[in-house]
Ligand binder design. Structure first.
Ligand code: ANZ
Length: 861
């Protein structure tokens, strides 16, 4: 027996909304652009009915970021063209989203894989190229000789290919790069004004990683201790520690190594380089990893004190950061300290925490302090007694004056490796001349450059991308000179299409521009962007970068794309072994998906992975991919079949605040389902003896009483403030449950009260609400109706219960304090009722000034 007939209601209204385009945002020329706009974009559907309801013109679109590896991998394994897989998946996703009744404007649906869409992705690439922001370089990639293919970082685990476990090495190959570093400063500065979670802003700041310091030059010495002419330039953020430098370290890939390593040490250094080339940067810099390296056999001179110090090669120094070389200060850097102890290199203390402390604290002191042991009559440099900060400035002045280096700002941010040796991506719109190898952009008028059909996607074995197999597509002519040329066979990474899709939603069918300027000016920026925290540094940084370039060329009107970002929490489920596993909220909607917790939320505890903020929640390690067979995926279709979409939606929001992670518990759906059943019975009445429901409603046209208006307006107030200000939908739902408890006791339900309640419920449970709204006599869908507003006059409480003590003795407990005129509101905010220590004098004062208060029968004035 069903609590209410959701089986009939839900498909009925879904069809109605679709046929009537209920959630369509009017085309620009039909909009009243004098009205404010609200653009809500989700990576996960967000029931922002409130936007639609309050006279704001709302844009709430959905689309598909459909290029990428999984479809291609599937194609290789099954021989199904990625285009087919993609279309099939999109259909399934779309129908699942529709079955949940989301209020998307489906007329604006886009897919990044459609030529009409990627035409503009390619257009943006050409603008980047024109401005020198796209370039080619030899860059190390993950090359797996056994598989004959380049692998993505995610496909390499501990230096081995994820598939087959073959060794993977880093090999330089020609790649396309985007110069995101040219925007590093702006990407950093403009973060300050964004209404984003502080944690995400901080992650972006760290990722951009601005650091200020100096480049210092060290002369390399030959076997006789004379300057050899070679120079090692290091990057340091602590020039004040220069007297404590007891060795130098070069990254294994450092260019200088072959020219400075003496014959005697060649073999060791070469072996070590080979070993290091098999590790990823991440593995190499992991703090817990034991530091390893080899002595190069040569020495350099510390310019501050003239001392000769050994030069080492070690992989805790990255080739890709700073200069690829460091001055090591074991007394004040933990990594250097560990390394020095291991290889018996001297430790020299040059900073002490403060005047009182001694110098040698046994363990490295990495903080700022006061310089000691830091002067040399040979070099004339003396920084003893200076604070670290002042010493650093003085050392920088000194190295600049003596020609030993200069001040330097560095960024962690690297240029963006933009090429993929893959088929299923946007073709890069350039040709390479056969004779000179010169790169020529194809004219904008020839866009889109469509992806050729290809039956065989398997890797070529030479490192050349699969597109190289499309021979007749590859062989072409320079569009200008007619000279023979080849098309670029690398494709763009999956990030490309998602960098700018929010702009396309504003104007999805424009064939003349990526977005019309007037429309862009009205809709930009995205007001609320809802998505997972795992996108903190990649997608959200890449799109900010593209947006700024588009801003610079006048294609968009705002400096930033997303005004406010909300990270929805993760939904945790249980696998068949009872372990909690995470499901990205959107993944709950997918049938065969893998679930991931963003890495930054996970930490290791013993042999297990646990959630950082709740170590009781154990996760399946990365290597164990989640799958349907593990039984941890909640299939929404099943939930919808058993309880209806409204219950699923309501439960997702009832689990907790949008931003929090929460545990999925299918039995929890019962509660919200019963609530919907009771809401239905409140308005439609009890079921007939055969279990069916009568048509129409049982509401009356009575004027609502004060006793009815009070709980209603309290509920409205709660729902609206909690929902809009806090995205705490859960407490909004609790408020509606409370209201329902009160309303169930009334003998009459006035129409106006029923209407307000239905409108409140509608963003959460749109199907049942639409049905009830219709039954309440409204032929038009309820989204066109203003959202209820709380009337402050009804928010005041008539009665409160006060335990009162006088001189420490409880005089009256739990008796009604009745305030007649005007209200007890003031009392409510000041008194601490719970502690039973109410300040009676205060009550008396207030009572005198504002109202009459009675406790029991006794009147207090
Ligand atoms: C000497 C020193 C003394 C350092 C000391 C630190 C503490 P951030 O803030 O991240 O920029 N470094 C420089 N280049 C490196 C590379 N390619 N790989 C690994 N480490 C590198 O850090 C800059 C510091 O990291 C630099 O300052 C350098 O070590 C190291 F008490 O120089 B320092």
């Amino acid at each position: 027996k069903r609590a209410y007939p959701f089986h009939e209601i839900e498909p009925k209204w879904q069809l109605f909304w679709e046929e009537n385009r209920t959630y369509k945002t009017p085309d620009y020329h039909d909009l009243d652009t004098s009205k404010p706009k609200f653009y809500v974009l989700d990576m996960f559907p967000y029931p922002s009915g409130s936007g639609l309801h309050v006279g704001v013109q709302c844009l709430h679109p959905m689309g598909w970021d459909a290029f990428g590896l999984p479809a291609e991998q599937y194609a290789i394994e099954t021989g199904t063209h990625p285009k087919l897989t993609t279309l099939k998946n999109i259909d399934r996703f779309r129908s699942q989203l529709k079955s949940l009744g989301f209020s998307y404007d489906w007329d604006r649906e886009i897919s990044t894989t459609e030529p009409e869409y990627y035409k503009w992705t390619q257009w943006i690439f050409l603008q980047l190229l024109k401005r020198g922001l796209a370039y080619q370089a030899e860059v190390p990639v993950n090359w797996c000789p056994a598989l004959g293919t380049v692998l993505a970082n995610e496909e390499v685990v501990d230096g081995l290919s994820e598939r087959g476990g073959h060794p993977v090495i880093r090999k330089p190959m020609r790649q396309w790069m985007l110069r995101i570093t040219a925007y590093a400063d702006r990407l950093l500065e403009d973060l300050d004004d964004l209404e984003w979670p502080e944690s995400i802003k901080e992650m972006q700041r760290n990722w951009i990683g601005k650091s200020e310091g100096a480049e210092v030059e060290f002369q390399v010495l030959d076997v006789d201790g004379q300057e050899s002419g070679n120079i090692v330039t290091v990057y340091t953020t602590r020039p004040d520690t220069i007297f404590g430098v007891t060795y130098l370290v070069l990254a294994p890939e450092h260019d200088l190594l072959p020219s400075i390593v003496p014959e005697s040490h060649n073999k060791y250094v070469k072996d070590y380089r080979d070993l290091a080339s098999r590790k990823s940067d991440l593995e190499r810099t992991e703090l817990q990893k034991e530091k390893e390296g080899v002595f190069t056999g040569c020495y350099a001179r510390n310019p501050s004190n003239g001392k000769s110090i050994p030069v080492w090669v070690a992989d805790y120094v990255l080739a890709s950061y700073g200069t690829g070389a460091i001055m090591a200060v074991p007394a004040h850097d933990t990594r250097d300290h560990e390394f020095a102890l291991k290889y018996d290199i001297p430790v020299c203390w040059v900073v002490k925490p403060n005047e009182e402390t001694g110098t040698d604290c046994g363990k490295p002191f990495a903080g700022q302090g006061i310089c000691v042991n830091s002067s040399s009559s040979d070099s004339g440099l003396d920084i003893n007694g200076l604070t670290s900060k002042n010493a650093a400035s003085k050392v920088i002045e000194w190295i600049e004056k003596t020609g030993n280096g200069n001040r330097k700002v560095n960024f962690k941010l690297r240029d963006w490796l933009f090429a993929r040796q893959r088929y299923w991506g946007e073709p890069i719109p350039v040709v390479l001349l056969d004779d000179t190898g010169e790169t020529i952009p194809i004219p904008e008028t020839e866009l889109p450059l469509t992806l050729p059909e290809l039956d065989d996607f398997t890797p070529t074995g030479t490192g050349e991308p699969p597109l190289a197999k499309a021979l007749s597509w590859v062989k072409t002519k320079d569009p200008l000179s007619g000279k023979p040329a080849k098309r670029e066979t690398n494709t763009m990474p999956q990030w490309a299409g998602s960098c700018w899709y929010y702009l396309r939603f504003m104007d999805p069918n424009n064939s003349k521009a990526l977005v019309d300027k007037t429309k862009e000016m009205y809709w930009s920026p995205v007001d609320v962007y809802v998505g997972g925290a795992e996108h903190a540094v990649l997608h959200l940084l890449y799109s900010r970068f593209w947006h700024k370039v588009l801003y610079d060329i006048g294609a968009v009107s705002t400096k930033e794309p997303f005004k406010c970002v909300i990270n929805q929490g993760i939904i945790l489920g249980k696998d068949s072994d009872g372990n909690l596993v995470s499901a990205d909220s959107v993944d709950v909607l997918k049938e065969h998906s893998q679930e991931k917790v963003p890495e930054e939320n996970v930490t290791k505890s013993g042999v297990h992975f646990v959630l950082k903020d709740n170590s009781n929640i154990r996760l399946i390690a990365r290597a164990h991919k989640m799958s349907k067979s593990r039984g941890n995926v909640v299939n929404p279709d099943d939930v919808v079949a058993e309880y209806g979409a409204d219950s699923l939606r309501l439960y997702e929001m009832f689990m907790g605040p949008l931003r929090d992670s929460k545990t999925w518990n299918t039995s929890g759906i019962d509660g919200v389902y019963r609530f919907l059943g009771r809401s239905w019975r409140l308005i439609v009445g009890l079921p007939l003896p055969d279990g069916t429901f009568q048509d129409g409603t049982i509401v009356t046209d009575d004027e609502p009483s004060l006793e009815q208006l009070r709980p209603l307006h309290k509920c409205i107030n709660k729902v609206v403030t909690e929902e809009i200000e806090g995205t705490r939908f859960n407490t909004g739902i609790s408020a509606m449950m409370e209201f329902l408890n009160a309303a169930n006791k009334w003998d009459k339900l006035p129409q106006s009260i029923a209407e307000a309640f239905v409108l409140l419920l509608s963003p959460y449970a749109p199907h049942i609400s639409e049905e009830l709204w219709f039954r309440l006599g409204h032929p038009n869908p309820l989204v066109y109706e203003p959202f209820p507003k709380a009337n402050p006059a009804y928010l005041k409480e008539a009665t409160i219960t006060l335990p009162v003590q006088i001189n420490g003795k409880t005089r009256v407990q739990n008796q009604a304090v009745r305030s007649v005129v005007p209200s007890t509101n003031q009392l409510k905010h000041t008194g601490d009722y719970a502690s039973q220590n109410f300040d009676l004098r205060w009550v008396a004062d207030t009572a005198k000034a504002k109202c009459k208060v009675q406790i029991g029968g006794e009147r207090l004035v």
